[in-house]
Design a protein around this ligand. Structure first.
Ligand SMILES: *[C@@H]1O[C@H](CO)[C@@H](O)[C@H](O)[C@H]1NC(C)=O
Ligand SMILES: *[C@@H]1O[C@H](CO)[C@@H](O)[C@H](O)[C@H]1NC(C)=O
Length: 183
């Protein structure tokens, strides 16, 4: 286990014992936020949209690589992450949703529904929850998972966001935590 993740787990455990979990699970209704990745740069980097897939870093450095590249903010609605382009909301379809693909033994791209891009049949858009500010996904069993990975792109400081459901920790991928920041 990498020291960074170990520290995170310890932090979860200490917080879980300090207060009932119910106090930590937040719904975030009606508050707009961005998602950011911690752990791969000296500060956090923003999650952004590029042609239906999720990336992290400075979106302006990636504009030449995609047809539609935009920063995004989110609203949590019924455990789904409703996604709005910023500053030009018209860049994305209304009610665009963030998805993960929690498939055993696969490391799969995280993305967004709609916008002329086919959504994979194994994409899941609901049962997201925040543990404090940490983005987690709640399985039917109640287990919380947060197995996000970042694959460095060939533009410095830009990463593609993946979900590693079975915690395979593939080589070449960085291990971030994904958090919300109010906007
Ligand atoms: C997503 O947010 C937009 C803008 O706030 C709203 O019009 C739309 O109804 C929301 N969609 C869902 C599925 O909640
Ligand atoms: C960088 O990646 C993009 C997208 O995969 C590709 O089109 C481009 O050729 C790559 N550039 C270099 C220098 O490898």
């Amino acid at each position: 286990m990498k020291p960074f993740i170990f520290a995170m787990v310890l932090s979860f455990l200490s917080r879980a014992t300090a207060a009932p979990a119910g106090n930590e699970l937040e719904k975030r209704d009606s508050t707009s936020f961005k998602l950011v990745a911690y752990g791969v740069a000296s500060s956090y980097i923003d999650i952004f949209f590029s042609d239906g897939l999720a990336y992290a870093g400075d979106a302006s450095l990636w504009e030449a690589e995609g047809n539609v590249v935009t920063d995004v903010t989110f609203l949590m609605e019924n455990t789904e992450l409703n996604t709005t382009a910023t500053p030009s909301a018209s860049k994305l379809d209304p009610s665009t949703l963030f998805y993960i693909r929690p498939v055993a033994d696969k490391v799969l791209p995280v993305g967004f529904t709609k916008n002329g891009v086919d959504t994979p049949s194994d994409a899941v858009t609901n049962n997201f929850i925040f543990y404090g500010t940490y983005l987690m996904w709640e399985e039917a069993s109640g287990t919380l998972t947060s197995s996000f990975r970042l694959l460095p792109m060939n533009v410095s400081g830009i990463y593609q966001l993946y979900f590693d459901y079975s915690n395979l920790y593939p080589s070449g991928y960085e291990i971030p935590v994904i958090k919300s920041v109010n906007v």
